[in-house]
Design a protein around this ligand. Structure first.
Ligand code: NAP
Length: 498
């Protein structure tokens, strides 16, 4: 395969339609090899200030452009992403490590989001509704909020940004985007696409830099009226605290501790495929990764054997080599955290059936690789069953009934995704009602969200908002109620109703 070249050794911010350098930079490293890909700006608060100034000015005009015309830019963005799908996918694999097949899937998600949100340019539905008085008309409509800030993580460097920026833009806002410093290449490529697609300058501004400087400046800036954040719970909670003080709208999508439930009547081969894909895809570094399998006691041994047999086929290595199914861990800190949880699991009394250590042979030199790991005989209250590990580690928790399985699923702080494998329709409907996550899959793993449905979680995963789906528009718009009285006299609503 011909290797794609990024075409620059230094990224620049994109502010007010101009490519601007920062004084300081840091190296972006390929997690599969340890090689430097490019230098990324470490911007200061001044860059955020310039971006907000440009965004404020540009947004006033953008809000007056009819939404179907705003949408034309998004269609163009979608076409350009489609043309460049292979380039984007390969660059994504280089900066993030996920295998190429998954990178292509992530880019496709962004393309789908572009066309879906472009369609919203001709909808952005409000309501018309009867008024309670004669000769009076009532409706509700969406209004843009103004300047919005989006802060994104490294594990989905392009898809998550499209879930947030596309609805914001079609709704008439201007955006300041701070991507994760670990994975800035997708942001640079997407900014170039926005520029080529003809988005007016100042409507999207990409400011690279650390969370503690650029992210913090965005959160504190009084003219950024929305923060849409995806990342860890710790960061999200701190952001929410500051936004609360400022009465700033904040949307949080955070961690998960997602479970697959396997009942005694399940198609076990199908369940195994679902578990492998959900637990070890992206090396377990998805917010929706399956890290618990809640299994009926009657099929536990059978499931263990089938999982162990199929885990042997997982080829691990550089994601650019299409024979590999599992890529590297993002960095050393991520690897160290996984190692710690293996020790925690062992000390808690879970039984290690496979994996449990980093891969350090010559073939893995330079990268950070961890063997797909299976624990069994875990209990729902162990730390490995409750805390987010963010690596290729899955624990089997035996139970004796559906009720027990649902209770175990719901026992965690998080509420992102859950899944059940069963052939019993009654169990399906009971489970989809009682599982307390924002996403429920039946006879599929815990990942595989489609962009036209709401994405997000309950409890510690979020704060009630959703990325993607038409629901994403709620984050980036205010509802406005409009009453038109054409009676020619003062009507005082409830007081004048007889
Ligand atoms: P993170 O450390 O919280 O970082 C996320 C983003 O926040 C990065 O851009 C980071 O910048 C920035 N940031 C850090 N400190 C900040 C601060 N004080 N103020 C403002 N911004 C700040 O999370 P991560 O490790 O990148 O991402 C993994 C987490 O994301 C996992 O918990 C995963 O479950 C979650 N996630 C959730 C979803 C979902 O939809 N629920 C989807 C994907 C991932 P720098 O990195 O540049 O410092």
């Amino acid at each position: 395969m011909e290797t794609i070249s990024l075409g620059t050794d230094k990224l620049t911010n994109f502010i007010d339609g101009e490519w601007q350098e920062a004084n300081e930079t840091a190296a972006v490293v390929n997690p599969a090899t340890g090689e430097e890909i490019v230098q990324v700006p470490l911007s200061d608060e001044g860059a955020v200030e310039r971006a907000v100034k440009a965004a404020k000015k540009a947004q006033k005009e953008w809000a007056l452009v009819p939404a179907p015309q705003r949408a034309e830019v998004l269609y163009q963005v979608g076409y350009l992403m489609k043309q460049r799908k292979e380039r984007l996918s390969q660059l994504l694999t280089m900066e993030n490590g996920k295998v190429l097949e998954e990178a292509r899937g992530e880019v496709q998600e962004g393309i789908d989001m572009a066309f879906y949100m472009a369609g919203e340019g001709r909808r952005l539905f409000g309501h018309t509704t009867p008024a309670e008085l004669k000769d009076k008309f009532a409706m509700s409509q969406r209004a843009p909020v103004g300047v919005v800030g989006i802060i994104t993580p490294w594990n989905f460097p392009i898809a998550i940004a499209t879930w947030k920026s596309f609805p914001a833009i079609v709704a008439g806002n201007a955006v300041i985007w701070k991507p994760a410093t670990e994975t800035p290449v997708m942001a640079y490529e997407l900014a170039k696409i926005f520029e080529e697609a003809g988005l007016p300058k100042g409507i999207i501004n990409v400011v690279f830099g650390s969370g503690s400087v650029v992210g913090d400046a965005m959160v504190h800036h009084p003219d950024i009226r929305v923060i849409s954040f995806t990342g860890s719970n710790e960061t999200g909670r701190n952001i929410a605290g500051e936004c609360g003080r400022q009465l700033k709208k904040v949307s949080l999508e955070m961690g998960g501790k997602n479970a697959v439930i396997v009942m005694d009547d399940a198609d076990l081969d199908l369940a195994v495929d679902g578990i492998l894909w959900s637990a070890f895809g992206t090396s377990g570094q998805r917010c929706t990764a399956c890290s618990r399998v809640i299994v009926h006691e009657k099929v536990k041994t059978d499931l263990e054997e089938r999982l162990l047999a199929k885990m042997k086929d997982l080829t691990i290595g550089n994601g650019l080599d299409e024979k590999n199914k599992v890529g590297p861990i993002i960095n050393k800190a991520g690897l160290d955290k996984i190692k710690q949880y293996i020790e925690i699991g062992k000390n808690e009394g879970a039984k290690l059936l496979a994996g449990g250590s980093p891969l350090e042979d010559e073939a893995y030199r330079g990268g950070h690789y961890f063997a797909p790991t299976l624990f069994t005989d875990a209990t729902a209250d162990m730390r490995i069953s409750r805390e987010e590990i963010f690596g290729p580690v899955v624990s089997l928790i035996p139970v004796n009934s559906l009720e027990e399985a649902i209770e175990a699923n719901n026992q965690v702080e998080y509420g992102l995704s859950s899944s059940i494998f069963t052939r019993d329709v009654n169990r399906v409907f009971q489970a989809q009602r009682d599982l307390d996550t924002g996403i429920v899959y039946v006879n599929a793993g815990t990942t595989g969200a489609e962009i036209h449905l709401p994405f997000g979680g309950t409890k510690g995963t979020g704060n009630g908002h959703r990325d993607s789906g038409v629901q994403a528009l709620d984050v980036f718009t205010e509802w406005k109620a409009v009453y038109v009285d054409y009676s020619g006299k003062l009507q005082r609503a409830q007081i004048d109703v007889d």
